[in-house]
Design a binder for this molecule. Structure first.
Ligand SMILES: [Zn+2]
Length: 274
């Protein structure tokens, strides 16, 4: 699932190329992935509109189209955006494309999991995933006291709390592992067991981890914005490899899409079994 570093780079890349450009063609083959609140026929309605500057809200990219429409795209686990020349070979995973004079923006998905909504600007609040999420994980005005306050209602394991988007939006299963490693907090620690100092380390680790990763992704992902770059991560999916901080082997548990990776030496406690 794309998270803030991926999404920020996709956003920058596309803003340099398509902001201000007109959509001259819109094609299926599976436009039903787009849930439209704004028009019966999404494909017909977008033609002739210009892309505005793309925004990000949590894990959604928001594409202003003309003065009064927005495409909100949450790629979830299997959705991808691809920027290509119009005559580039089409993937079997193609759902729809928005094309300009000399480019295609294509939406690909392996398992129809993306949540894509076409709305009028005044309908954005009708999307529950956007309405209910917390402030952005990179909010420059974030304050530690507010962060601690937003965590307070939750009593479960800290990883699940941070990744669900209500405390800090834009973090998912991969970068939450990186953030917890940076903060030296076990993903399995209960929120109530964390000291103020540990919460402070967690709060500080969020922008540090995300900004450092964004810089790496910016160097390595474009122009293939449909391909995730994750091999540089320090712990996530690095089970068995040495911890970059202490050298102990990194532990890993969980089903494939929800793997948790952490260093038992640097991030002790929290796990009863094993
Ligand atoms: Zn370690």
């Amino acid at each position: 699932m794309p998270e803030i570093p991926d999404l920020e780079v996709i956003r920058e890349f596309l803003n340099d190329r398509i902001a201000g450009r007109e959509i001259t063609r819109a094609e299926g083959p599976k436009p039903w992935i787009v849930r439209s609140l704004a028009a019966d026929d999404f494909l017909a309605d977008v033609v002739g509109r210009k892309f505005g500057r793309i925004l990000r809200k949590g894990k959604d990219l928001l594409f202003p189209l003309g003065d009064d429409r927005l495409l909100a795209a949450n790629l979830m686990l299997t959705g991808r955006l691809q920027y290509t020349e119009p005559d580039a070979k089409r993937s079997k995973r193609l759902y729809f494309l928005l094309g300009g004079e000399d480019f295609d923006l294509r939406y690909l998905d392996d398992r129809s999991m993306g949540r894509i909504n076409y709305v009028r600007a005044d309908q954005l609040d009708e999307l529950r995933r956007l309405r209910e999420q917390g402030p952005d994980a990179l909010d420059p005005d974030a304050a530690f006291e507010d962060f601690a306050e937003r965590l307070r209602p939750y009593s479960g394991e800290i990883k699940g709390i941070v990744a669900r988007g209500k405390v800090a939006a834009g973090i998912g299963n991969a970068y939450v592992d990186e953030i917890l490693w940076e903060a030296r907090v076990s993903p399995f620690r209960k929120r109530k067991s964390l000291s103020d100092e540990e919460l402070r380390r967690l709060f500080d680790a969020i922008p540090k981890t995300l900004n450092e990763a964004t810089a790496v992704v910016r160097e390595r992902m474009p122009p293939n914005i449909h391909v995730k770059v994750r091999d540089f991560l320090k712990v996530h999916r690095k089970g068995g490899e040495p911890c970059p901080r202490c050298g102990a082997p990194i532990s890993e548990i969980g089903p494939n899409q929800k793997i948790t990776s952490w260093c038992r030496a640097c991030q002790p406690g929290g796990l009863v079994k094993n």
